[in-house]
Design a protein around this ligand. Structure first.
Ligand SMILES: Cc1cc2nc3c(=O)[nH]c(=O)nc-3n(C[C@H](O)[C@H](O)[C@H](O)COP(=O)(O)OP(=O)(O)OC[C@H]3O[C@@H](n4cnc5c(N)ncnc54)[C@H](O)[C@@H]3O)c2cc1C
Ligand SMILES: NC(=O)c1ccc[n+]([C@@H]2O[C@H](COP(=O)([O-])OP(=O)(O)OC[C@H]3O[C@@H](n4cnc5c(N)ncnc54)[C@H](O)[C@@H]3O)[C@@H](O)[C@H]2O)c1
Length: 509
């Protein structure tokens, strides 16, 4: 069997690589060793399960409505893990069928078994002795990652869990200790705190999620604390041991001892390259099992590509898909325009999303920027849905007004961010939001409010006594007066409703 392309791993990176190549008329095979076959960590243990369970938690607890109807908060008193998992079985099954169908329709041949290199273009499928061989002109490696499982941690899948097995919990514990408050730890920690579980989050770093804007993290911490979460940051975990069937102790280097019914150990993930025998292809994985590649996702060996979590940051399903398409395009000499602004969506409670630069990065690069902020409490839709703590922050260049970053926390933040992303990718300025009319009452209004806030700040800074000197101000005032006289024949728009009627793109519902 000889293929133009063999893809190893059927997570988001592998899927999109395989389909992209088959659309170019290539003969493509995808190899997957998991028993439940195609879909990867994304479909079977990571993204889809965690987001489906999160949605079930928000629905069954009535979390989204609790701001609007505090007295009716909680749809259901007793919630079980089986109820949380009920929708998951259906979502996973349907997603799996959609994927399998796509492969069939596009003629992608699925091989079930573990792949390993014999040489650069020869791949063994299955264990030695029960294997067969396939040949490939090009290979795309998308084997993903596995949770880090240090030997001294007593994982048992009953009280001490890694993140791939966590949703197998047989009941909702009363208390839970999360070691590693990265993306996975915080997402699961806050989900379970929403269910009323007493959660302690422990992390070795002094600050949470350092790649996220600090103001957004402040809001997240406020929410975490109001859900009863205890944060232990800057703490090293020395030891974890079971006390009895229903409790585990986590010992910290500082001498603290935290006891919980369940421990989630989520201190990062490692590249799943151990079985691949990458050395036979001329490759070497780093000590975290990851592979390096160039900007086209080609490794140091021509014709072998690596995409998805195996190449490290940002380690997102969304990015993996794009990388898969890019690698396949490069292998078959097709043009490809990579996305320069990948958003980050954190499905915490409440959710967070961010795209572009944050304040810390702009400050470090000495970029003159200003911020425009809209708080959900001042947006009619925010009041209606009962989310009055969320916020949207725009960062823009103080002189050119170009949009540089969008940071959002609150209901639907992971959707809302895409409006800003579109404007940013098209090189737009925040004037776009000032001059565009959005449906009302919607959360999109945040963009307009934030833009007006930002523009007002600039105006204020310019006319404040500390800004331009008195002489300069007089000159500006004279120029303004002359301009005013000239424009006196034009209508002056003072209110949003007047602006609305003038806007060239009023949406129709
Ligand atoms: C709990 C959790 C929540 C997440 N939530 C989100 C989210 O909300 N949004 C988001 O964008 N991302 C999220 N992610 C990250 C996302 O799941 C990953 O970025 C994505 O799955 C990576 O895709 P991938 O293509 O690299 O491979 P993976 O999805 O990791 O799949 C790799 C596949 O390769 C197979 N494989 C490995 N080695 C071999 C071999 N030798 N032979 C045959 N097959 C092999 C594996 O069995 C696996 O099926 C989450 C991750 C976790 C763990
Ligand atoms: N919504 C999403 O997009 C989403 C959701 C979940 C996961 N993911 C992806 O999955 C990847 C893996 O997530 P993760 O949370 O496992 O890894 P991570 O690298 O994001 O976080 C690991 C955390 O554990 C801490 N840590 C490490 N060793 C420790 C120790 N001994 N004691 C205490 N703390 C320790 C680190 O300081 C870090 O904060 C992420 O990079 C992310 O991209 C994405």
């Amino acid at each position: 069997m000889r293929y133009d392309l063999v893809v190893i791993g059927s997570g988001p990176g592998g899927q999109k690589a395989a389909i992209a190549a088959s659309k170019l008329g290539k003969r493509v095979a995808i190899v997957e060793r998991a028993k439940q076959l195609v879909g990867g960590v994304c479909l079977h243990t990571g993204t889809i399960p965690s987001k489906t369970i999160r949605e079930a938690i928000l629905h069954l607890t009535g979390f989204r409505q609790r701001g609007a109807y505090p007295d009716l908060y909680r749809n259901k008193r007793q919630i079980t893990m089986d109820e949380l998992r009920r929708k998951l079985a259906q979502v996973s099954r349907t997603e799996w069928e959609v994927l399998q169908d796509q492969f069939d329709r596009n003629g992608v041949e699925v091989h079930a078994g573990e792949a390993s290199f014999v040489d650069r273009q020869t791949i063994r499928i299955g264990a030695l002795g029960e294997h067969y061989i396939i040949h490939a002109d090009n290979v795309i490696l998308a084997p993903g990652t596995k949770p880090a499982r240090p030997k001294h941690i007593p994982f048992d899948g009953v009280t001490v869990f890694d993140s791939d097995e966590f949703l197998n919990l047989d009941h909702i514990p009363r208390s839970m200790v999360v070691v590693g408050a990265g993306v996975i730890g915080i997402e699961y920690g806050l989900m379970f705190a929403t269910l009323g579980v007493k959660v302690t989050l422990i992390d070795g770093r002094p600050n949470l999620l350092e790649f996220v804007d600090r103001e957004i993290i402040d809001v997240l911490v406020y929410h975490a604390r109001s859900l009863g979460v205890t944060l232990r940051l800057g703490e090293a975990v020395e030891n974890i041991h079971k006390i009895d069937e229903g409790s585990v102790a986590v010992e910290l280097a500082s001498g603290k001892r935290i006891v919980g019914e369940t421990v989630l150990f989520s201190v990062g993930r490692q590249g799943d390259t151990a079985a691949l025998n990458v050395e036979a292809a001329g490759l070497t994985a780093d000590k975290r099992g990851r592979l390096s590649c160039d900007e086209n996702f080609q490794t140091e060996v021509r014709g072998i590509y690596a995409v998805g979590d195996i190449v490290g940051f940002p380690a997102l399903a969304s990015a993996a898909m794009e990388q898969g398409r890019q690698a396949a395009s490069h292998a078959f000499k097709q043009p490809f325009q990579p996305c320069d602004s990948i958003p980050y969506g954190l499905f915490t409670v409440p959710e967070i999303s961010t795209v572009g630069k944050n304040e810390e990065e702009l400050t470090k690069d000495c970029v003159p920027y200003e911020t425009g902020v809209a708080r959900f409490s001042e947006i009619a839709r925010g009041q209606i849905i009962g989310d009055t703590t969320g916020l949207l922050k725009l960062l823009f260049h103080r002189e050119t007004l170009q949009l540089l970053g969008v940071h959002c926390i609150g209901d639907a933040a992971t959707e809302l961010v895409h409006i800003g992303q579109a404007v940013m990718r098209l090189g737009g300025t925040i004037e776009y939001f000032r001059d565009t009319v959005f449906n009302y009452p919607t959360m999109a209004e945040c963009y307009k409010v934030a833009a007006l806030d930002g523009l007002n700040k600039i105006r204020l800074a310019y006319t404040s006594p500390t800004a331009p000197a008195k002489e300069e101000r007089r000159e500006v005032e004279q120029l303004d007066a002359a301009a005013d006289a000239e424009e006196s024949t034009l209508p002056i728009l003072t209110t949003l409703s007047e602006l609305a009627t003038e806007s060239p793109s009023t949406p129709i519902v």
